[in-house]
Design a protein around this ligand. Structure first.
Ligand code: OSB
Ligand code: MG
Length: 382
């Protein structure tokens, strides 16, 4: 079936959102993923389907069950979506994703919950136009450069995982680090791989009191050090950046384009990680992309261990021009034995092709398999 809208009732006067499906889906991870403050053994996420004009817009939300990466949680997001956001959207018409802004903007925080609504509508809207999401966003590439993110593990296991990533042709290796799991690891990795493009992600594990330790990271020719300090800090990162040769990259603490401007103005970072879920949707992601370009700061597309729906959104986003560093959207098969989308999202030679099975995000739900991994389902109607 063509994803292009052929419904004669569609007048171009906006897409009527007839209903929303809200699911919670859970897929086991092939190997547990360990970062500085959490171990994930499965990937559990809300999945939203907006239905209108005979088509479906789909997105997955990136908050975890508990507030480990940022403040949002799945139970709170489900309540906010069910009770606040979706009732204000279902039964209404929207001519473009920008028309959602007045509905999303008044509420504080909850960017991941807002993002899932906005992203699902971008998918629906681009499908209604018969365009790949990439084209609706203004992307310029047919494939995006990608690297791997390797969770915390022993030095031996880490070296093995780097060997696999190198064999697969990934363009950058990002190592999760934490206090006590840093310099010795980097020594061993650089001894074996002196020349690979290497970065580290501390997920907020360090403080200004660790400045002397952080300065030692300059020995390892890292492309950048991601989020060494607190999730809600920008200011103190400027002190770290001033003391180091290596670029700082901010992830957790960039919530929107204003944060990105402040961080770049005060030289708290030279690189920005953009996650569309973290920043509240594509409009904000693009604004951060644009302000970073204006400062001459490269950006890259982060990941949250998404399954195929979120991966597809990420790939389309990363086709924008200033995504000049490899992103985290590696092959889905590194994390999941079986995905809930029909199209395999596999990188080759460190490049992830833009999925293009139909318009919009270019991947389709495997509804039969999804049913078997869904723990919660509700339908929001007008
Ligand atoms: O900081 O990028 C992060 C996973 C969970 C929480 C935080 C982060 C991550 C990742 C995942 O690094 C990377 C990926 O999706 O492959
Ligand atoms: Mg990160």
């Amino acid at each position: 079936m063509s994803q292009h809208n052929t419904n004669p009732a569609f007048t171009g006067g906006g897409i009527l959102i007839e209903a929303a499906e809200l699911h919670i889906v859970s897929l086991p991870l092939i190997t547990p993923f360990v970062i500085s403050n959490q171990t994930l053994t499965d990937k559990t996420f809300p999945l939203l389907v907006l239905k209108g004009e005979g088509i479906e817009g789909i997105a997955e939300a990136v908050m975890d069950q508990i507030p480990d990466y940022l403040e949002e949680t799945i139970p709170a997001a489900i309540a906010f979506l069910r009770d606040v956001l979706l009732p204000r959207i279902v039964g209404k018409r929207f001519a473009s994703p920008y028309e959602l802004e007045p509905i999303l903007a008044p509420w504080r925080g909850n960017r991941m919950a807002k993002a899932v609504v906005e992203m699902a509508f971008w998918d629906l809207w681009s499908k209604s136009l018969g365009l790949p999401l990439k084209a609706a966003l203004g992307g310029v590439r047919d494939a995006v450069d990608v690297g791997v993110s390797i969770g915390i593990g022993s030095i031996d296991v880490t070296l093995d995982r780097i060997a696999e990533a190198q064999a697969a042709g990934y363009k950058r290796t990002k190592l999760k680090i934490a206090k006590g799991h840093d310099v010795a690891l980097l020594d061993a990795v650089r001894a074996r791989y002196p020349d690979i493009k290497l970065t580290v992600d501390a997920n907020t594990d360090y403080g200004l009191e660790d400045l002397a330790l952080l300065r030692r990271f300059d020995e390892f020719d890292l492309d950048y050090i991601e989020q060494p300090l607190a999730f809600d800090d920008i200011h103190d990162h400027a002190q770290v950046q001033a003391a180091l040769k290596t670029a700082i990259c901010l992830d957790e603490s960039i919530r929107n384009a204003v944060d990105a401007r402040k961080a770049l103005e005060m030289r708290a970072a030279r690189v920005i990680n953009i996650k569309v879920g973290r920043v509240g949707g594509f409009a904000a992601a693009r604004a951060i992309h644009d302000i970073s370009a204006a400062f001459g700061a490269p950006v890259w597309c982060g990941g949250m261990l998404e399954v195929g729906i979120g991966r597809a959104h990420n790939i389309h986003l990363a086709t924008l021009a200033n995504f000049t560093k490899p992103g985290d959207t590696s092959s889905a098969s590194r994390y999941f034995k079986r995905d809930i989308v029909n199209e395999p999202l596999e990188a080759a030679h460190g490049e992830m092709p833009v999925p293009k099975n139909g318009a919009g995000i270019g991947v389709t739900l495997d509804r039969d398999y999804m049913k078997t991994v869904t723990s919660h389902f509700e339908m929001i109607c007008p």
